[in-house]
Design a protein around this ligand. Structure first.
Ligand code: PMV
Length: 408
């Protein structure tokens, strides 16, 4: 491991600290058509999540004395050959090349405020943040579309986290390098477009998933016959989803999102050997949403699941008390959720007798007795990455005198 001396180090040091959001896809990206260029098999569409609870924070630092790249992630150094190193290099090399700074090296330190690799887009926030911070210190203009292309090389879905609000990642054209340039993300609607939209994150398991998305996607592309049908159905779904969001049509939005999530997980199950991300608790959540919508005779809530068992539920602000009351009635809740979510929204957990009876009829359990949620978080559509104003480097994760992570 290299050591960094302090002699003369502070001369010419440039540092920047950024925060970046996660995003939740409502039309999922599942499958690559080019792994090296990280070109997706299909276009995808996501909602960027506000950064109050979940975000990545990254400090990048350069100095003429730095002669190798180094990366620290959630308190641990990631070295050449470790998982994640090649992606980091790909992303940084791309930015160096664009800046024409072939000899510039960076130290990068990044932290997530939420579990990494548990299927809630931690890598999306991480790489969007890394690409912003590194662009900034090596003197690039930080234009979002350029940063987005670099973030994509770290983790596909990260290209969407570079924008706030509702974001489309185009599949792009085939052929030559054309695909790489045309497969970029762009904002469709700003975060203020639909301020009534709410997301409820239900964490079932916060551990790292067993089949990572890269391996899972590769396996699905190679073996799933359903994948072909899915890919054919995506262009039309993207158009319908953009239109539903534009018109703020919640019922249409929720239905397309649920069906797309179901389809992605069907493709996973159709993969050989099969990939099973959903658990009994995930299925119980799906059943509750279905039963609640049925009982109310309208779409109160929707769900989506990334590559993991954790659910993200959608509802409009006015229906949030009803959705939360239903969750509380049928699932045991962690004490923290009581304070953080239910008291804040003003939910006492009592459903109207008639709705409760109908929901109960649609479920094959009275109170869920399988594993329940470790955490429940409430979120809204949010903005893209932000630079922290940090003249004294109070927020920075790297010490400007040594270029190493600050002691905690
Ligand atoms: O960007 P990756 O490699 O973490 O893949 C993300 C895949 C999904 O989260 C399942 C879907 C998506 O579009 O975010």
């Amino acid at each position: 491991m290299s050591t960094t001396t302090t002699t003369g180090f502070t001369e010419g040091v440039r540092t920047a600290t950024w925060i970046a959001p996660i995003n939740i896809a409502v039309i999922k990206y599942w499958g690559k058509r080019d792994e090296a260029l990280m070109l997706p098999a299909n276009g995808s569409l996501s909602v960027t999540i506000d950064m109050s609870k979940m975000r990545a924070k990254t400090t990048a630092l350069t100095s003429p004395s730095i002669t190798t790249d180094r990366l620290w992630l959630n308190g641990k150094e990631v070295c050449a050959g470790d998982p994640g190193w090649a992606r980091f290099q790909r992303c940084v090399d791309h930015l160096r090349h664009r800046a024409g700074q072939h000899n510039a090296h960076v130290h990068v330190c990044s932290e997530n405020s939420f579990p990494t690799g548990a299927g809630v887009a931690s890598s999306a926030a991480g790489y969007a943040c890394l690409a912003m911070a590194v662009s900034d210190v090596i003197g690039l203009d930080c234009a979002r579309e350029n940063v987005s292309a670099a973030a994509r090389l770290g983790s596909g879905s990260a290209c969407r986290s570079v924008f706030g609000g509702f974001v489309l990642w185009e599949r792009g054209e085939d052929g030559g390098t054309g695909g790489s340039e045309s497969s970029i993300a762009r904002q469709l609607f700003a975060e203020k477009h639909w301020p009534e939209l709410r997301m409820v994150f239900l964490f079932v398991d916060e551990r790292k998933k067993k089949v990572g998305s890269t391996d899972g996607m590769r396996r699905s592309m190679e073996t799933s016959a359903l994948m072909k049908a899915r890919l054919e159905s995506i262009p039309e779904k993207l158009v319908r989803m953009e239109d539903a969001i534009g018109r703020k049509d919640f019922a249409e939005f929720a239905e397309i999102a649920m069906r797309d999530s179901d389809q992605m997980h069907a493709v996973c199950l159709d993969t050989y050997p099969p990939i099973v991300y959903l658990r009994d608790t995930s299925h119980a959540v799906m059943a509750l949403v279905t039963a609640l919508n049925g009982a109310c005779g309208r779409t109160v809530a929707g769900y989506t699941f990334d590559a993991g068992p954790n659910s993200v539920l959608f509802a409009l602000d006015e229906d949030l008390p009803l959705l939360l009351a239903a969750l509380k009635r049928f699932f045991p809740m962690p004490a923290e959720a009581e304070r953080e979510v239910f008291e804040r929204v003003g939910v006492d957990g009592v459903m109207s007798g008639e709705v409760e009876r109908k929901v109960r009829e649609g479920l094959d359990f009275d109170v869920w007795c399988g594993p329940s949620f470790s955490r429940v978080l409430l979120a809204e559509p949010g903005s893209g990455p932000q630079k922290l104003k940090d003249e004294d480097n109070c927020e920075g994760l790297l010490d400007v005198k040594t270029g190493l992570p600050k002691a905690k």
